[in-house]
Ligand binder design. Structure first.
Ligand SMILES: C[S@@+](CC[C@H](N)C(=O)[O-])C[C@H]1O[C@@H](n2cnc3c(N)ncnc32)[C@H](O)[C@@H]1O
Length: 165
């Protein structure tokens, strides 16, 4: 099993398309928790996802309740990425089948979703900064989770320094 990304009621098609492309590039599934603020076939979604959408494993869940039924059945942890996170994203020990949940652009996630998460993580920001773009936050957190769990693909030949010429 691999890590998975989940988007809570995403508002902006281009961000969701970017994250669909990111998921496809790392062979991960993307879970969209509806309602989204755009039709999932939206032109902006397709433009940002490009031809990677053909290989993206996207599941749409009609509600958070439906998403939770899937997740609990799969016995995966729910890791909420939130500006209100109690733990720095580099301090969490990720599991290879964690689901990384990103909140909606306009409002994050509601309190009951916050409460049900197994872990709540944040990317620490400079004093006074409110939040990152959701796709950038997802990419940073996914990078750390893949690094820790050995999830990067076979395209990486070596992580040793190149020999001197
Ligand atoms: C634009 S932000 C949401 C802003 C919203 N007002 C809030 O405070 O939750 C959209 C999503 O990106 C992710 N995100 C943005 N900045 C983050 C950070 N510094 N740490 C963790 N997640 C972040 C979270 O999943 C967040 O719900």
């Amino acid at each position: 099993m691999t890590l998975a990304l989940a988007l809570y009621q995403p508002d902006i098609a281009q961000n969701a398309g970017t994250l669909a492309r990111t998921s496809a590039c790392f062979g991960l599934s993307l879970h969209i928790i509806e309602p989204a603020g755009f039709p999932v076939g939206d032109a902006g979604f397709r433009r940002a996802g490009m031809d990677y959408l053909d290989r993206a494993a996207i599941t749409r869940h009609a509600s958070f309740t439906a998403f939770e039924a899937w997740r609990v059945h799969e016995r995966r942890r729910l890791v909420l990425c939130t500006t209100r996170g109690a733990v720095a994203y580099t301090a969490l020990a990720y599991l290879p089948d964690d689901v990384l949940l990103l909140g909606r652009e306009s409002a994050g996630v509601p309190e009951p979703v916050h409460a049900v998460a197994d872990a709540r993580i944040a990317i620490p920001l400079a004093e006074g900064a409110r939040s990152l773009n959701v796709a950038l936050a997802g990419a940073m957190i996914l990078g750390e989770a893949l690094r820790q769990t050995g999830g990067f693909g076979g395209g990486l030949i070596t992580d040793r320094p190149a020999p001197r010429a």
